[in-house]
Design a protein around this ligand. Structure first.
Ligand SMILES: Cc1cc2nc3c(=O)[nH]c(=O)nc-3n(C[C@H](O)[C@H](O)[C@H](O)COP(=O)(O)OP(=O)(O)OC[C@H]3O[C@@H](n4cnc5c(N)ncnc54)[C@H](O)[C@@H]3O)c2cc1C
Length: 462
């Protein structure tokens, strides 16, 4: 097959992450491997070069070495900043399967089975995560709890109930885990002031930076060469079927290239320019003074994650507040500044939102922004880069990578190692990157796509 890379766009703002991101709560204590360089110089050649050391890049490397221990090959990860300092190190830590939010859209697009595949895959991810965290003894504050979606206006509540009923009618087994509440008791059940409906189901919360750094330690020990602070500026085919991957520290020759650089992927794969767009989100950590004891929040909620070991709360979202200010978040890679229209939203958030929190003194302790790869049609792009040889992509997870990436990277590692097509993996068919999806984005308008309407399920509700 021919190499079909378009010219790279090195030097454009989309190519590499910003130099000076705002500090996040998760990284207040940096891991000793944050700036890991396994060797002083870049290797001259690597059988597999992975671009990006976030959740997608590091877990792909993990599966390559752990699931195929007998395959002898060299693997290098090139990371523009420190390990896990993209979206994964800046998110809300909520691993929450989308069981009905966008599923009706997927069903309309590709049929009931295709829609159910996505939800089933996300549930499977949650339990696979739980298992690997136990097996590898990863200290990352992982908890499984009931997550609550809450609707505070009558119309939204009615629509949500209609969707719930529609999903139940499909007899999808995973819907047995969802309990939907309406009526006078809702506010008492969920604790959210003015709640008109809520849905409860199983979800996870975790400390993503600790998880990824633990995996980094494992892959480094298994021989993966990790090179932090090494941005890739171009990937060009050589004459013998491999690639030259260029960085400011020199070139590395690669047999296969895995693009796991999320929001920035079109900087080195321009054909994805309209399919995966960098979009900013915002997150906060809220603390309460030691002397107060606020009401217990047993659940994790949409837009918030409870349960740091120290009792603080992580709240993200606020998309409804900033969505109309496109210039502040759309096609924007600057996580060195907040989103102006949302930066004050969290002051008094707990007091406004939760019953019994009025006098707790809860206040914003830290606030930061992060950059997500929003996908034109909401689905991640995974698999072989169309019309290219030995290039793979795993990117475009919107604000929703936590319940998707673990098993996606496992299946991608199979594709890379066993040379099997996407169709032979267990990934939902809608995740496959295809020329048709790229063309649809290239030929469509921004309004035709799904990004402005909310790239993540958790961005769509108040
Ligand atoms: C504020 C915020 C809140 C979120 N909350 C949640 C949540 O609660 N639940 C959820 O499921 N999802 C959430 N997300 C989304 C989730 O974080 C992402 O879907 C997921 O982390 C994507 O992982 P990734 O590995 O694909 O990308 P990233 O973690 O962004 O990793 C990509 C890496 O590639 C590197 N890179 C980029 N360009 C280059 C280059 N040219 N050369 C070398 N390296 C490069 C980057 O520095 C980065 O480290 C949130 C995101 C944000 C920003």
């Amino acid at each position: 097959m021919p190499h079909a890379n378009q010219p790279s766009v090195a030097g454009t703002s989309r190519c590499v992450p910003a130099d000076a991101p705002l500090e996040t709560f998760w990284q207040t204590q940096r891991d000793e491997l944050h700036d890991l360089r396994s060797t002083e110089a870049l290797p001259e050649h690597s059988d597999i070069v992975i671009i990006g050391a976030g959740y997608a890049g590091v877990s792909t490397a993990y599966h390559l070495v752990k699931d195929f221990p007998d395959v002898d090959r060299s693997i290098t990860i090139l990371e523009a900043r420190g390990v896990c300092s993209g979206a994964t190190g800046r998110n809300g830590g909520h691993a929450r399967p989308d069981l009905y939010g966008h599923v009706p859209k997927y069903i309309e697009r590709a049929g009931a089975r295709a829609g159910a595949e996505v939800a089933e895959f996300e549930v499977a991810n949650l339990f696979a995560l739980k298992q690997i965290i136990r097996e590898e003894k990863i200290d990352c504050d992982f908890t499984l709890a009931r997550s609550l979606d809450v609707w505070c206006n009558e119309e939204g509540a009615k629509q949500a109930k209609a969707i719930y009923d529609q999903m139940v009618e499909h007899n999808f087994e995973y819907m047995e885990d969802v309990i939907f509440y309406t009526g006078d008791q809702v506010e008492g059940i969920c604790g959210v002031k003015g709640a008109k409906a809520c849905a409860s189901f199983t979800a996870g919360t975790m400390w993503p930076y600790k998880f990824i750094l633990h995996l980094t330690r494992l892959i480094h020990a298994a021989g993966v060469n990790v090179q932090a602070n090494t941005p890739v500026t171009s990937v060009e085919p050589d004459s013998t079927g491999g690639y030259f991957v260029t960085t400011p520290r020199g070139k590395i020759h690669a047999g296969k290239v895995v693009f796991a650089n999320n929001a920035y992927v079109s900087g080195v794969l321009p054909q994805y320019q309209k399919s995966i767009v960098p979009c900013k989100g915002i997150c906060t950590r809220i603390t309460v003074p030691e002397e107060t004891t606020p009401p217990l929040l047993n659940n994790s909620y949409i837009h918030r994650t409870e349960d740091n070991a120290d009792g603080s709360i992580i709240v993200g979202g606020a998309a409804a507040v900033f969505r109309n200010h496109e210039e502040q978040w759309y096609d924007n890679v600057d996580d060195g500044v907040l989103i102006d229209s949302a930066k004050d939203y969290y002051h008094g958030y707990m007091q406004r939102t939760y019953r019994g929190w009025e006098d707790t003194g809860a206040k914003v302790d830290k606030i930061w922004s992060g950059v997500m790869g929003y996908s034109y049609d909401l689905h991640p792009h995974i698999g072989c880069v169309p019309e290219a040889q030995d290039q793979y992509i795993i990117a475009g997870f919107n604000g929703h990578g936590m319940p998707v990436i673990w098993l996606s990277s496992k299946e991608l590692a199979k594709m890379i190692t066993m040379n099997i097509p996407f169709e032979k993996t267990s990934m939902p068919r809608l995740f496959q990157t295809t020329q048709a999806r790229l063309d649809r984005a290239l030929n469509g308008t921004v309004e035709d796509g799904d990004i402005l309407g909310g790239g993540s399920p958790s961005a769509t509700k108040p």
